[in-house]
Design a protein around this ligand. Structure first.
Ligand SMILES: N[C@@H](CCSC[C@H]1O[C@@H](n2cnc3c(=O)[nH]cnc32)[C@H](O)[C@@H]1O)C(=O)O
Ligand SMILES: [Zn+2]
Length: 430
């Protein structure tokens, strides 16, 4: 059995109240088996971690990976104009092969910026699942479901097919969820059906919620409820594990309805800032015991998929909102990007901390740089100083996917050329 040792690194375990400490990490096949001091002869391969920080791979809890094809294509618009006038027409031109290429581009970017797991909601999910399998990253995949036009049940059939074909596959790296897109695209009957299926199969649900004030007024007009009340009344939070993307516009009483829920909220601060949506009440949610993870949303809105940017934006926004710099300290925001995200994807038994027994999903960050010197508080440096480009090595399921910033499972040059040609074709007729 293959054993890999990472030697003499700063270990940022994210376990309980542990502070970072210097030590070794021993990986056997796909799992961390030992932490602390490990002798050299225990390993087949050794990575010298001197001057590096090791932390659990980052978990991007909300994404539309192929939207990387629409990066910097249409910015500075209102969310609904952006979606209706630019994004949806461009998406209508995407073939399955385009989606495969876009997803691969997102995976390349994620691996290069320290993300080892992502939650995705899109179409042609088989192509995305195959790409996840090939590339070696970990993912929670969802076929987005909208119900605005009759489709003979095609979308739902695809959603079930994804779950049947891929849940637990690719050495366990792929899990799946049901993905009713949002309160404004899913009427009550459709949502009831999805909730029933999710309960029967014990599969989590991934849905957008309360992203804009317009959404709140639309749902109030239609149903006389807030979006959260609408989902709550349908029984979404009774038994299902639920991943709520955004949760920007939540009232005090909405937060009370979320109290005790399984799953939690995916906070996407950069996308929310850029689309002018607002500041999610992350601190209040956390005070009420609602779990909050971090996500980027698609690169079509966020521009990049760098989770270090999300960490900075998340903590700055809360500090500003509450006028209190003690809110969301460095360690807490690092947890949001790791173990809290793992909980949100119902994967905390496998990933999210550097704990012996867990999957070996981890990243090495090179601290030997002007902007990361000197070393006082490592967690502060990681949350406020590091960016994705400082990630040197990325390991998922015990397999090295990037070493010294070189991708090992993706031919970067070929990919970038391919994507440029496809992207130009997709937007040509929009
Ligand atoms: N349009 C597909 C469903 C796809 S679900 C995922 C969708 O989420 C959309 N999306 C991306 N970003 C956002 C956002 O910020 N809010 C709401 N929807 C978004 C995106 O356009 C994508 O199509 C169909 O007809 O079957
Ligand atoms: Zn989204």
């Amino acid at each position: 059995m293959m054993r890999l040792k990472i030697e003499n690194a700063w270990l940022v375990t994210m376990e309980g109240e542990d502070s970072p400490y210097k030590g070794d990490l021993l990986i056997e096949q796909d799992r961390i088996i030992k932490r602390g001091d490990c002798s050299a002869n225990e390993a087949d391969e050794v990575i010298d971690g001197t001057g590096f920080a090791v932390l659990p791979g980052l978990i991007n809890t909300h994404q539309h990976s192929p939207m990387s094809l629409l990066r910097a294509y249409s910015d500075d618009l209102k969310l609904m104009d952006w979606l209706d006038q630019k994004i949806l027409p461009a998406e209508a031109n995407m073939t399955e092969e385009d989606i495969r290429a876009g997803a691969r581009l997102a995976m390349a970017e994620m691996i290069k910026s320290g993300t080892t797991t992502f939650a995705d909601m899109y179409i042609h999910m088989n192509a995305i699942a195959e790409t996840v399998e090939e590339v070696g990253i970990r993912a929670s995949l969802t076929r987005g479901l909208v119900f605005h036009e009759p489709d003979g049940g095609v979308r739902m059939a695809e959603a079930l097919d994804l779950i049947d074909q891929w849940h637990g596959k690719a050495e366990g790296r792929i899990t799946t969820m049901f993905g009713p897109h949002a309160p404004y695209t899913c009427p009550p009957d459709a949502l009831r059906q999805v909730i029933r299926l999710a309960e029967e199969r014990d599969i989590p649900i991934h849905i957008h919620l309360a992203e804009t004030v317009e959404e709140v007024s639309t749902i109030r007009q239609k149903y006389g409820q807030t979006p959260t009340e609408y989902l709550h009344a349908l029984g979404l939070f009774d038994q299902c594990h639920v991943l709520l993307a955004h949760g920007v516009h939540l009232s005090e009483s909405d937060i009370q309805l979320l109290k005790g829920m399984q799953g939690g909220v995916s906070h996407n601060p950069v996308s929310n800032l850029k689309l002018g949506c607002g500041i999610a009440p992350v601190h209040k949610l956390q005070q009420e015991g609602v779990n909050v993870g971090l996500g980027t949303d698609g690169a079509g809105s966020a521009t990049t998929l760098d989770m270090f940017e999300e960490m900075k934006a998340a903590t700055w926004m809360q500090k500003l909102q509450y006028g209190d710099p003690t809110i969301l300290p460095a360690k807490e925001v690092l947890k949001m990007a790791t173990i809290h995200g793992a909980k949100l994807l119902r994967l905390d038994h496998e990933i999210g901390t550097l704990s012996p027994g867990k999957k070996a999903d981890l990243i090495l960050i090179n601290l030997n740089k002007p902007h990361l010197t000197p070393l006082h508080q490592l967690e502060s440096l990681l949350a406020y100083g590091v960016s994705g480009a400082d990630v040197d090595t990325t390991i998922v399921n015990g397999k090295i996917l990037m070493r010294n910033r070189k991708l090992l499972t993706i031919d970067e040059k070929v990919l970038l050329r391919d994507v440029q040609i496809r992207a130009e074709r997709i937007v040509q007729s929009v």
